[in-house]
Design a binder for this molecule. Structure first.
Ligand SMILES: [Zn+2]
Length: 649
């Protein structure tokens, strides 16, 4: 019998099958709750596996909808969403399950293994972060706050979208669009009264194009001012959101929202996050000032906020102009993929064996993954763009490594999806270097899931990994796409068979680190502002005052007073990043630190690489990444390696 599921999804019967499964699950839950002496083995394990099997059934549909999208997949998918949401909401609010977890945790604390304890701990935490343990009155209050918060966040995004769409700037003088890429000029051009005019908006890529290439500083200023003054009505919404988040956190027993956010993250307290960000700021300032001097040198006037993208582009062209077309012939898709497998084998002793299997598209492929010759997992690759595929790149986990309720081992599987140029019988698919980086990134996520040796699926592979650590394995692997020893394995000209010259690799690294300290300070400004803003209650002018205060350390070019960046900070007010924006940098430090440990040991045959496989990849979400990381390195993460990675000295 195959260890792996066959990829299949019957769209005609999907909804009926889904409903049957959910009804069965609900009956199973009722029966499980009737058990008198609930234990991990008779209650938690069957519940855990029930959810795993539901994932097995549901993932092929969401996958198909993303990679072979059609009217039928859309219809079935959108029909299934409310059904599955209703089911999971009911499950997450079932207090009998919460009570059962608590009892089992108390009864079996000393006999359960660490993985099982982690499953209980995370489940109990999930219930408690939504207030399951509180009295009815408080719960009702929390519910009202949550509804209000989701309305406010929706209004915030809507206001921003309306403001973005409401603005346009028409250029009539062709000289003002000189220097823009011709595709951008074409996109902006329209005819009116027999004259060609050019329309720019605040939408990407229109806005960014003019800010980067547009010669006319007056126009850049007008666009910039329009951009940073969007949605002034959001200021009031920010106050409301901050107040409600603070109230919610206090009802749940936290001093502030930052504490609430950290409860489920790797960073242990507010002080660790703030001092981490401040250290990076201090270490980047000097180089950022030097970068600004360099930038100033190519400008004919004192650089202002609306000039920096424009002069950066000029300086970049002058210093490291990368011609993608020169690189592409070195990155032929098949040779990149095989080279990456070869690299993973050299680094971690994992082998990939292509297998014949009928999949959703003839361009997709399946591989059995062996670790030191033992069959461990299955990987699906679907790398080429096609009309029916959603844009971007991602890893989607399917099966998780675990032992099932009968004690049998289940192996893991995952999909890696990209949008690389399609190959034809005449023309190979030639990638940009960015695509290679993307592939490494997604493979970093994939092996994090596939190489798990954890026996509890809820904390196996990427399941149960803290939010501020999820990008650690992907960024770690991505860094190797700039490493000469690794690139030389596969970056071979597809016609001349010549290996990519060192000078070309050097240019890639330099261009990656172009104005990196200024870029770092900008990200740190967002991170610190977000985090401090949620560490105590700020209202009205206090929000701006906090931002101004942070900018004293992070903004080298004076920000105009009219700039109300916060009203457009959709990540935290319209999305899920509140008190979590720091996570990007947090995970980058872990990945840079581990990366250099491997590089400094000569990359291949690195002992740290093997330990990384055995501790971080095998460990998945079974322990906090803090524990895994410190076991790997024997110490806390070192920010200096992130500075080194960014070329900041
Ligand atoms: Zn990622």
């Amino acid at each position: 019998m195959s260890q792996f599921l066959q990829f299949e999804c019957n769209l005609d019967t999907f909804i009926t099958q889904l409903q049957e499964k959910l009804t069965n699950n609900e009956q199973t839950i009722e029966k499980l709750l009737e058990i008198k002496n609930k234990t991990y083995a008779n209650f938690v394990k069957p519940l855990e596996m029930m959810e795993e099997y539901l994932e097995h059934f549901f993932t092929p549909l969401s996958h198909l909808n993303a990679v072979n999208n059609s009217e039928v997949t859309q219809k079935v998918y959108s029909e299934s969403l409310p059904i599955i949401t209703e089911y999971s909401t009911k499950l997450s609010q079932n207090l009998e399950i919460y009570t059962a977890y608590k009892t089992i945790n108390a009864n079996e604390k000393t006999t359960l293994n660490a993985q099982q304890q982690r499953v209980l701990e995370l489940n109990i935490q999930n219930f408690e972060l939504s207030g399951a343990h509180l009295d009815t009155q408080t719960k009702a209050k929390l519910q009202t706050i949550n509804i209000k918060l989701s309305e406010l966040s929706n209004d915030f995004s809507q206001n921003l979208l309306n403001a973005t769409n409401a603005f346009e700037y028409i250029i009539e003088n062709a000289a003002d669009v000189e220097g823009l890429p011709s595709s951008d000029i074409q996109a902006a051009a329209f005819e009116e009264d027999g004259i060609t005019k050019y329309k720019f908006t605040l939408q990407m890529p229109s806005y960014i194009s003019y800010m980067t290439y547009g010669k006319n500083a007056k126009i850049r200023e007008t666009l910039y001012k329009a951009y940073v003054t969007r949605a002034p009505e959001n200021a009031k919404i920010i106050d409301d959101i901050l107040r409600l988040k603070s109230e919610m956190s206090q009802l749940l027993g936290f001093d502030n929202y930052a504490q609430y956010s950290l409860a489920s993250k790797m960073a242990k307290d507010e002080e660790s996050v703030i001092s981490f960000l401040e250290k990076l700021i201090n270490n980047s300032q000097l180089q950022a000032q030097n970068e600004l001097k360099e930038l100033q040198a190519v400008a004919d006037k004192a650089i202002q906020s609306f000039d920096s993208a424009y002069y950066s582009e000029i300086l970049k062209k002058e210093q490291y102009d990368i011609d993608e077309e020169e690189y592409r012939p070195y990155f032929e898709q098949t040779s990149v993929v095989n080279g990456m497998f070869d690299f993973l084998d050299k680094l971690f002793s994992i082998q990939f064996q292509k297998i014949d299997e009928i999949l959703w598209d003839s361009k997709a492929s399946a591989y059995d993954v062996y670790v030191e010759d033992k069959l461990t997992a299955r990987l699906y690759l679907d790398l080429e763009a096609r009309e029916s595929k959603r844009g971007g790149a991602w890893m989607h986990n399917w099966q998780a490594h675990c032992t099932d309720e009968k004690g049998e081992e289940q192996l893991a599987s995952a999909f890696v999806v990209c949008n690389f140029p399609a190959s034809t019988p005449e023309n190979p698919s030639l990638l940009r270097h960015d695509d290679v980086v993307t592939l490494f990134h997604e493979m970093g996520h994939a092996i994090h899931h596939l190489l798990s040796s954890v026996n509890e699926n809820e904390v196996s592979g990427v399941n149960g990994v803290e939010w501020d650590a999820v990008e650690f394995p992907s960024q770690f692997l991505e860094n190797f796409a700039y490493e000469p020893k690794v690139l030389q394995l596969f970056a071979v000209h597809h016609k001349t068979k010549e290996v990519i010259p060192d000078s070309m690799i050097e240019k890639l690294v330099k261009s990656k680190n172009f104005l990196s300290a200024m870029g770092m300070l900008r990200q740190l400004e967002f991170s610190l502002f977000d985090f401090k803003l949620h560490s105590q209650l700020y209202q009205g002018e206090g929000v701006q005052a906090l931002l101004n205060d942070i900018r004293k350390e992070t903004a080298l070019i004076k920000t105009p007073d009219y700039n109300k960046f916060q009203n457009g900070f959709a990540h935290i007010f319209g999305g899920g990043y509140a008190a979590g924006y720091y996570s990007y940098k947090w995970a980058e430090v872990l990945s840079a630190d581990t990366f250099y440990a491997v590089v400094d040991e000569g990359v291949f045959h690195s002992n740290t690489a093997k330990k990384y496989r055995d501790i971080v990849l095998n460990g998945g979400g079974s322990q906090s990444m803090k524990v895994l990381f410190e076991e790997l390195m024997g110490r806390e993460a070192n920010i200096n390696q992130l500075l080194r990675l960014n070329g900041i000295h």
